[in-house]
Design a protein. Structure first.
Length: 276
């Protein structure tokens, strides 16, 4: 009797179970989600708030970017105006310096009094006559009459030039050297021939015997300074700058501001081929 009642109960419940499972599986299928309408409205409202907040943050970022760009441009303008004001001040100081020297020459005091008057001012007057250069400047070397980035080195006795394929030879009984200079602007090679002024031996920690280098004379132009001076020839391909300006050029002519670069206007030139 119990068995019969149980079988009938199972037969009655099975269809209801199948209907419930079918409805549940249908609701869980991709694209369907059973969420109460009130919770869905809250969810959509939260998404809208997030969207508004993101748009406000984007506007804030754009305002910050615009303010930064404006500040950067203003800083550049201020720096340019400060440099122009400094150059104008230096010009006025030089004019005043010339006026003082003129007045002193007209006064023509006794030699001892003249020396006593000028002696305290001598260091300052001497510095005003010198060209202020940065640690890196553009210089023109002739030959090959090209612009190079040069590093000012007060610790070097003689200036140096990056020379490749250095070849010594003799001409009319004198020592000459043939070498190649690479144009920093376009990579062209310029083969130069110059008489050897002398040789120097450079000692380094990696070479106890020293490196014997030829020395030649080249014309240098840096700002208002033009002169012919000595350069040692050495392969500087592994270094950052092709030219090094040493004390043989810097002394009595320039003051190096190691905190700045490219403060001297580079010389203008016209390309006219290989100038030997």
């Amino acid at each position: 009797m119990i068995s019969l009642f149980f079988n009938r109960s199972v037969n009655c419940l099975l269809p209801a179970v199948f209907v419930f499972l079918a409805f549940f599986l249908h609701a869980c299928a991709p694209g369907y989600l059973l969420i109460p309408e009130a919770e869905m409205d809250d969810f959509n409202g939260h998404l809208a708030e997030i969207r508004v907040e993101m748009e406000e943050q984007a506007e804030t970022m754009e305002d910050l970017r615009a303010a930064y760009e404006l500040g950067r441009l203003q800083a550049m303008q201020d720096a340019l105006e400060s440099r122009q004001a400094m150059e104008a001040l230096i010009g006025l100081i030089r004019e005043k310096h010339d006026e003082i020297l003129l007045e002193l020459s007209k006064a023509a005091p006794e030699p001892e009094a003249d020396a006593a008057l000028i002696a305290p001012l001598a260091p300052e007057l001497s510095r005003m006559d010198k060209l202020v250069v940065g640690q890196i400047e553009k210089v023109m070397l002739t030959p090959p009459k090209r612009l190079f980035h040069a590093r000012m080195d007060t610790g070097a006795t003689t200036s140096s030039l990056d020379a490749r394929d250095i070849e010594a030879f003799e001409r009319d009984g004198s020592a000459w050297v043939r070498f190649t200079v690479v144009d920093p602007e376009n990579g062209d090679s310029h083969v130069l021939e110059k008489p050897v002024v002398r040789h120097v031996r450079i000692y380094q920690s990696s070479n106890a015997e020293g490196d014997r280098r030829p020395v030649v004379k080249l014309q240098l132009q840096l700002g208002r300074i033009q002169r012919v001076d000595e350069f040692t020839l050495v392969d500087r391909e592994h270094l950052d700058y092709q030219v090094l300006i040493g004390r043989n050029i810097l002394t009595d002519l320039m003051v190096v501001d190691v905190a700045d670069k490219f403060i001297v206007d580079p010389p203008e030139y016209e390309e006219n081929g290989n100038d030997r």
